[in-house]
Each structure stands twice: as C-alpha cells, then as structure tokens.
Design a protein around this ligand. Structure first.
Ligand code: IMP
Length: 430
C-alpha cells in the first residue's frame, strides 16, 4: 500500500537510536529514501536475509527493489566511503544504475579535512570533543567560509585540480604548523581521478528529482542521521555534530518545502547512549552500564568505540520532539531492558534545588544538574522478537505507556530485535 506522504525519520537522542532498521522497514511502502544532512559520521545498520548491511552514506531503504535512494545537497561526501558502499551493494547483486542519485551540490570531505579533524582533537588534548574523526566539522566549516569544493567542481576535472591544489596548499600550512605531515597533492589527485569515474554516473540535480516526485505524489522518506541532541544549534555546543539534525534540515538539505512534510517519526531508544565526550545527565556506571552495553551491543557503528549508556532521558527527548515537530514515536531496543530489577526514567532536571528545562541548559549546567527519576519495576521475560503488544510483560507495557503519556505523542511501532520482522505494530501502519 502506498502512503503518498512525505515523512521524516529523526533520532531524538544522541544518535544510535536504531534508525537504520526503522528506515528500512518503512521503505517498504515508499518510492524514495533521502539522506539530507551529515555524512559518514552516521552509521545505520540493516539486517535482512541473514546478512548485515552497514550504511554510512547510502540511504538504508535502498535494499528494497523499487526504492530509489537520493543523497541530497545537505550531505557531505567522502568519496572513498561512498565507493566502498556502492561496491558492497553491487557485490550483493543490487544494481544501482537509475536507483541511486547524488546531488552535484554536495560538498566533498577532503583528505585535509580528515587530517584537520584529528589534528584539532589532538591539540584540544584533555578537552577533546570525541569527534568521529571523519572530517565532518572541518568540511562544513569550509562550506560556510567559501572554501568548500563540491561535486559540481569534480565534474570539471581541470577546475577541480585548480581548486584542490589551492586548498591543499592552504591546509598543508595549517597541518604543518600543527606538527602534521603535509599531504601529497599528486597522489591525492590520482585517487580522486579513479573515484570520480565511479561516482559521476550517479550525479544529478536531485532538487529536480525530488520536486518531480512531489508533483507526482510519490512517497518520500527522509532518513535523518545522528540525533537531535547533537544538532549544531540545539545541542550543548560544542558537544555537537556539524550539521542541523532537526526536521528543518529537510528544507535546507534537500530543497523540500517544509509544509510538504506530513509525518515526523521520532525514534526513541528505550534507554540512552552516547559516543564521544559531552554531558549525558542520566549516564550509568559499573555493572549495570556494562550489562546494558553488552546486551545492546552499544559499540559505535562508525568508530567501534564503546558507547556510554544511561536511563532514558525524557526531559531531553520531550525537547527533541517539540523542536522537530514529532508526530509519531517509534521505540527501539526495548528487549535490551529485560532482566533488570528496576528501570528508571528521567522526568526532569534540578539545578540548585530548582527545576530547569533541557532547553535552558548549556554543557556546564548539564554536567552539574541532578536528574529527577521515576522508577518502574523491571521484567524477567526475554521479549526479543515479540510481535504483539499484549504479549509484552505488564511492567514493560506500563513503561511504554508512561513514555507515550509523558511525550504526549502516540507510539506507533516498537522494535523488539535487530531483524526486519522483529517489531510490534501499534494501531494502523505508519
Ligand atoms: P563529528 O560528527 O564526527 O564531528 O562528531 C561530533 C560528535 O557527534 C561526537 O561526539 C560524535 O561521536 C557524535 N556523532 C556524530 N554522528 C553520530 C552518530 O551518527 N551517532 C552517534 N554519535 C554521533
């Protein structure tokens, strides 16, 4: 059944909410799946037919035979990573010609961006931010300081060589000043000349592709990356990622008018995790944290780093839902919480004895405040793969109902395991 909707899937926490599986699931009924911001700092995993597909750039919905994948202008592209994903899919028998479109407006992540990302972290020392090291921040800062190079320039090889040489010479001066070896321009250009041949057949004006899709009332799903708590404006900066993560990025990152969006699906993991530095008010330590991390396989898809874990922070999640206009909730990884004696959920913050909302907190307040918790009794039963709400233990049902009431937004889907078919549909299909 066609949904004829423009919907957006958005992470309401610090990323790693399990959006990849949800995007894959919802892609069954859409025509287009679009990445519109971020880059290969994102990691979305889809497991189907016993095979695992890790995606960093190509939209997770691409595995469905009729779905067209679009990488729109808001995405920053590391061509080597993109080519390895194209290869992974083509090796699995998925033909991408006419199925994948890439915007010529995308900015390119250059070797000097990756080198600068690591060099800046090194200089920060104990105050490092814990970036993914993929060159995201330096690439986006070049974009806004008019030093960026796009696919548009890559199309014209002579122009690309000129721009790349100028920028690499400039960046080499900074790298050398930071004690990092300068990049070899000829070697890098050789690499680009190979990658370019593979990428260019997919490049087009994705604005036109998507406008045509809108006019023809085709169903479009926007695949959000990261999580709202990492948004460049609405996170406790500088513990952020470089792009806007909120729903509005669909407009800036793909040219889709905001009033065309009819559904914003907020993905909420049943607990919290975070990679990298920065405040995490509900963070857990010790055995309990280890149990959740191991059971939830909370290790970064992009970097392999162990994730910090904590109780679900509804104060932050409620803010995320309001700033992004979330209309429907999807809960993920509820099965990970089985076998805990009790489960806590943060329902507010206190600072100096007074309540303080998430939106008024910078990183210094977030590091000092005390979360206010509501405590639930846990459940013993393993619930992995359960497909009916009424088959969930009563305590689990109570936990989910509380989340729904607190957020004031209906829960439409509950994921109970990593595989495509492991979920509970609540009410009509999303
Ligand atoms: P950057 O995006 O590589 O610059 O990293 C900035 C911060 O965002 C770091 O704390 C990263 O760990 C975090 N981050 C960026 N993308 C993701 C994601 O998709 N999931 C989780 N954390 C992310």
């Amino acid at each position: 059944m066609k949904t004829n909707l423009v919907s957006v899937v958005i992470g309401t926490q610090w990323g790693d909410e399990g959006k990849g599986k949800i995007v894959d699931l919802l892609s069954e009924t859409v025509d287009f799946v679009v990445r519109f911001h971020g880059g290969n700092n994102a990691g979305h995993t889809v497991i189907t037919g016993g095979k695992k597909y890790p995606f960093h750039l190509i939209p997770s919905g691409i595995l469905h035979p009729k779905v067209i994948g679009v990488i729109a202008n808001g995405v920053v592209l590391d061509l080597a990573v993109l080519v390895s994903e194209i290869k992974m899919l083509e090796d699995s028998g998925i033909k991408l010609k006419g199925k994948l479109f890439i915007s010529d407006r995308c900015h390119l992540i250059m070797p000097y961006h990756r080198a600068l990302d690591l060099a800046y972290e090194n200089v920060r020392g104990k105050d490092k931010l814990g970036t993914t090291g993929r060159g995201i921040g330096p690439c986006l800062s070049d974009k806004v300081s008019y030093n960026g190079i796009r696919i548009y320039e890559l199309i014209n090889w002579t122009l690309f060589i000129e721009k790349f040489t100028f920028q690499t010479n400039l960046k080499n001066k900074i790298l050398e000043a930071l004690g990092v070896e300068a990049l070899n321009i000829d070697q890098e250009l050789q690499q680009f000349s190979k990658l370019r041949e593979i990428i260019l057949p997919f490049v087009t004006d994705t604005f036109l592709v998507l406008q045509k899709a809108l006019t023809q009332k085709r169903a479009i799903l926007f695949e959000g990356a990261h999580g709202i708590m990492l948004d460049i404006d609405f996170s406790p900066y500088p513990f952020s990622t470089g792009s806007n993560v909120i729903t509005g990025a669909v407009n800036t990152g793909a040219g889709i008018p905001i009033q065309a969006v009819s559904k914003v699906i907020g993905v909420v993991k049943a607990y919290t995790s975070r990679v990298g530095e920065g405040p995490l008010p509900t963070q857990l330590a010790g055995e309990l944290a280890d149990q959740i991390r191991e059971k939830g396989k909370e290790y970064g898809t992009t970097t392999g780093r162990p994730r910090r874990v904590g109780w679900l922070d509804l104060e932050a999640t409620k803010f995320a839902c309001s700033v992004s206009g979330v209309t429907d909730i999807v809960i993920t990884k509820i099965d990970i919480l089985s076998d805990l004696k009790e489960i806590k959920v943060c329902v507010g913050y206190k600072l100096g004895g007074k309540s303080i909302p998430y939106s008024s907190c910078g990183y210094t307040e977030l590091a000092k405040l005390t979360p206010v918790y509501k405590t639930f009794l846990g459940w013993k039963e393993e619930i992995a793969g359960v497909t009916e709400f009424k088959k969930l233990p009563k305590n689990c049902q109570a936990y989910l109902k509380f989340i729904e009431n607190f957020l004031g937004i209906p829960i439409k889907l509950i994921s109970t395991g990593p595989a495509r078919e492991e979920y509970i549909q609540v009410g009509p299909k999303l």
